[in-house]
Design a protein around this ligand. Sequence first.
Ligand code: HEM
Length: 305
Amino acid sequence: MRAVALDLRQRADPRLHVSLRQLTAALDSARGNGVRVGIGLGASLLAPSQRCPRQLKAMPVFAGDVLDPQYSHGDVLVQVAGSDTGEVREAAERVLQKASDWRMRWQIDGFRAENRADDGRGLARNPFGFTEGFGNPSSQREAAQRMLVRDDSSEPDWAVGGSYQVVRIIRFATELWDQDSLGEQERIIGRRRGGRWLDGTPPGEEPNFTADPHGKMTPLDAHVRMAAPDRRSPPPLVRRSYSYDRGNGDTGLIFSCFQRDLATGFAAVQKRLAGEALAQYVLTVGGGYFFVPPAGEAWLRELIR
Ligand code: HEM
């Protein structure tokens, strides 16, 4: 996967529709050969305007973040994915060539080690060696329910069926992490490496945190416990992250999640995570908030009407 953030070369509103059409045509031409292409729109492109999704803004700085401006935000985020790295890179290059009204702001390559599907959930192993994805819903219906903007929301019409995407470039302190024993690491995450809960519950089922109110089994500051404390109402978001490795020990996660509401989705979880045990091993250095329009082309017509 390659994520490329682009900025408009010229900020002239009358030209916005021309530039957006040029970009979507470039994206269309990059599809095929097993390559999938997606787009997210940034607040710098749409705000301030009636057309801007209500909660879209530049990603704020959360506790502990050190955002590098060279790897943050963007008018749009183009995500090119596929199983063949060469095809993905070529497709991303083609987009850049064809979408001449846009210039690259930043880009990053990601991969999903041991990428697989299990009971409807996409799973992968992150650079810390842990399996990710179990907390996502296994049904498409539940995933759509968490991700897609509904028509009873107060969002602009064109945005209904779209989704807020949050991307966070999170650097890992791998050397520090590797000094901990596996047992310590599992208590920091709150699951075994392969996904089983610390109380022995299988990965796809619910742990019994109420039987462990003081965190003897699963510490109260474990990642999963702080991310999703109330097992009856899971955070309304769907995660799909990639690992990155930029050499010289600069490895980590391109965390990515989708939700219909930013405040109750990502922002609520991120705020809760402020005191987690994992915090001392990770540093968020970039990313942004984007809005992924609904499938099809109708949004483009409505947006630039
Ligand atoms: C810093 C890097 C991170 C690592 C290494 C990490 C790792 C993990 C792992 C291993 C799991 C358990 C398996 C799973 O459910 O997928 C998990 C669950 C989860 N993580 Fe993270 N995560 C990170 C960052 C984040 C961030 C930034 C958020 C959101 C703000 C987040 C939200 C969640 C949620 C909601 C769950 C599911 C909890 C549950 O349903 O039990 N994670 N994470």
